[in-house]
Design a protein around this ligand. Sequence first.
Ligand code: MTE
Ligand code: MO
Length: 541
Amino acid sequence: MTSRSTAPPWAAALAGLTAAAVAVGVGQLASGVIGGDSSPVVAVGNAAVDLSPAWLKNWAIATFGENDKVVLLGGIFVVIALLAAGFGVLARIRLGYGRLALLAFGVLGAWAAATRPDAGMLDVLPSLLAAWAGASTLSRLFRRLEPVEEPGEEPVENPMEEPAEEAAGPEPLEQPPVMLAGERLRTIDRRRLFTGIATGAGVAVVTGAAGVWIGDRNNVAAERAQVAAELPKPAKPLPPLPAGVDFRVPNLSPFVTPNHDFYRVDTALALPNVDPNTWTLKIHGMVDRPIELTFADLLKRPIVEADLTLACVSNPVGGPYVGNARWLGVAMAGVLREAGIKAGADMLLSTSADGWTAGTPVEVVMDGRNALFAFAMNGEPLPVAHGFPVRQVVPGLYGYVSATKWVVDVKLTRFDEETAYWTDRGWDAKGPIKTQSRIDTPRNKTKPGRNVIAGVAWAQTKGIAKVEVKVDDGPWQEAKLAEVPGLDTWRQWSIEVDLASGLHNLSCRATDETGETQTDRGAPPEPNGATGYHQVLIETT
Ligand SMILES: Nc1nc2c(c(=O)[nH]1)N[C@H]1C(S)=C(S)[C@@H](COP(=O)(O)O)O[C@H]1N2
Ligand SMILES: [Mo]
């Protein structure tokens, strides 16, 4: 069909939507078989994440937090649906235009998949297959949109569906006329259209579900269970945490953040499934002897156990992007010493399996602190979302300059020669953590009278020496501090106060062991971490 379609726009839009649904389903199925980030939707989403301006990303993290990916995927689906409906309407003008638009969309998906840092040759296939499936669905549905001529005319197409004897004398049509073309009434056969759409929807659901199911089988759950079964012991196990680390006040963050509650911040729309059996870590660049470690090599080295609080630079004052865990890993310094750092190298550029990068100061990693290539968190292998099989953790640095998850490559280089993911987007090259404190409870309402105010404070590598709390315009009062196993974790604090009924403004401030009290000057997270006192307005009733 090459001429303008007489189908009503709603029917054309539905055909476009159905074609896109089939395309997405087929793309999902193909990517499930191929694996990786090749799903057209995920590929386009990942490209959108990387190409979107820094302010938009910062806004998304600040506004949607850990739901930012769900919101992004939802948004992508809405955009796809709107475009697809538009492509359908476009196909009324000329079917080829609609097909071309779908194919162009497929090429965009293929481009997005092929330009992922971890892309393989096959990754363009799902998008191209999706585009082909979408375009051919559109053609099929448009065939069903062709007008059924008034009695006396030959059916335009599909003689197979119309028995010959009926073609000679079809029943008068019941459908209302939708368009007057020439002198003849032309209608669409709604039943044919809707069975076509139902078939398309069925294909979309079955291929999509099969793709998700097959894709799930590519995941590394079995490999992770294997690592769990053989988790090595630390050379010098830490003593159990003293009971005094935890006040056990309701709504106060527990000293150890359970893995499933641990905040997650990353740019990965689909989690990288990295098989520890094929994983390697390359150390190269300005080194005397480049090395490449397998997972088994790594685990043969002396294992270090460390309590360490991780914090995100995007965390606003009082925000949730901070968590504490007991990690198992291998000292980064030892591995780097084995490779031999050349004079002049001041940056460790680490890259993840999905191509994200962080630039960490060499002097920080080598100064004796517990910087680790970590493989376990709170007694289990790293959860996939937190970097399985291996990630970096560096006490005292924000995650964006240090905590590379799914790490596969470490290059010794120079800050004046290379930049990393977030520094390219306006954040500071070096990200030392700022001393901070947070009120966990109460957060909005409480009863008048005696109340416990409690929270956490952190100043990794320095330690928390003092936390003070202020109620309204009263004096700063010193809170009680919980025990800590070292300087690299957050520290719980609590204080009992009397509160009259009404509104109260609570604030807190921490002083670290170097004697420095956090500044009251408010600053946003960009470009190097939020400052200011956490304040909570509560009502006692
Ligand atoms: N591969 C990869 N690693 C990454 C990131 C990322 O986007 N990709 N984000 C970093 C940031 S900004 C932070 S704060 C920490 C968060 O680690 P978590 O998700 O385990 O809490 O991971 C870091 N490591
Ligand atoms: Mo972060």
